[in-house]
Design a protein around this ligand. Structure first.
Ligand code: SF4
Length: 309
């Protein structure tokens, strides 16, 4: 199976609308402020221009792309433009409907990225949506059925590690190990620009507290052959054995269009991080995204102690 990591691509954020309310969602309440989505002609233009610029994959994302009734058309349109990989980043909700998943697949959907943040009812608390884990379980089984017949279909999972869930995440990864998952991405909670410092303190966890749990997840995942990558965490805070789990992460190797009502940016340009004095001579300089700014501002004293390069 070809990895999109080696290709240039587009990530198109269709709108802010979403049907769940994850407590750490970095778009916070923007869904109430910006209600418009990209129009059909805007999305078609992005796809046409993208292909001319050698983009060969597209991911439809943000808030929840399956709420956009045009999504099936966009998948067909991307196929007609010869995109090799067409994926969606979704909170699953509509994918519990077998006929909806089959329709997207028939139109040339080649993979999904599911957001899974905890196991069981606790996931419902994080998303502030009753039955969300049960629906997610049905959705992942629908996708698993597709993969049983088409092993090229990609199932990625995205999990945000934050203060409420880091001690319990192993249970989630053991559950995920039952499915034909291509890659689990563990994202360290950050980029909370819209949150107050006190809200951030309730959500973000220090590296020194979470690292023992992260290591255990990585150790067990390797044993059960579940591929895990971690994101938003610098190399210097973990042991060398775990560097490959960062090196293989999937961000920053694609050009993404962050499209909102008021602006368009490359996604990577929106990542705000701090380069310390130590970073300047670090062997990872150039590969590392440094320390997320909001993490650095909250925990600067303890995060500096972890640097060991
Ligand atoms: S570049 Fe900076 S943040 Fe990244 S690994 Fe090196 S010292 Fe750590």
């Amino acid at each position: 199976m070809e990895d999109i990591k080696d290709l240039e691509g587009l990530e198109i954020f269709l709108w802010y609308a979403c049907n769940v309310r994850c407590v750490f969602c970095y778009q916070k309440d923007l869904r109430f402020k910006y209600k418009n989505n990209l129009t059909q002609s805007e999305v078609e233009t992005l796809l046409r221009d993208g292909f001319e610029q050698w983009k060969r994959f597209v991911i439809f994302a943000w808030g929840e792309p399956t709420l956009d009734k045009n999504l099936p058309h966009y998948i067909s349109f991307a196929k007609s433009q010869w995109y090799k990989h067409i994926r969606i980043h979704t909170n699953w909700f509509r994918l519990k409907d077998t006929s909806y998943v089959s329709d997207l697949y028939e139109r040339w959907l080649t993979g999904v990225i599911f957001s899974f943040h905890w196991y069981g009812k606790l996931h419902d608390d994080i998303t502030q949506s009753p039955s969300s884990f049960a629906n997610l379980d049905a959705a992942i089984r629908n996708v698993d059925d597709i993969i049983s017949q088409d092993t090229t279909f990609v199932l990625d999972v995205n999990t945000v590690l934050y203060k409420w869930n880091y001690r319990e995440l192993l249970k989630l990864f053991l559950y995920l190990g039952k499915f034909k998952i291509t890659r689990c991405q563990l994202n360290y909670c950050s980029s909370l620009e819209l949150f107050t410092n006190s809200e951030k303190k309730d959500l973000m966890v220090e590296y020194k507290d979470s690292l023992p749990y992260i290591k255990k997840i990585l150790y067990i995942s390797k044993k059960i052959k579940l591929k895990v990558v971690i994101d938003n965490i610098p190399y210097c805070v973990i042991e060398e054995t775990y560097y490959p789990f960062i090196k293989d992460n999937i961000k920053n190797d694609r050009v993404s269009h962050l499209v909102t009502w008021e602006k368009r940016d490359d996604y990577a340009a929106t990542y705000d991080s701090v380069q310390t004095e130590t970073c300047k001579d670090c062997i990872f300089s150039g590969k590392c995204m440094w320390i997320p700014r909001d993490y650095y501002e909250l925990f600067w004293d303890s995060c500096l102690k972890t640097l060991h390069v």
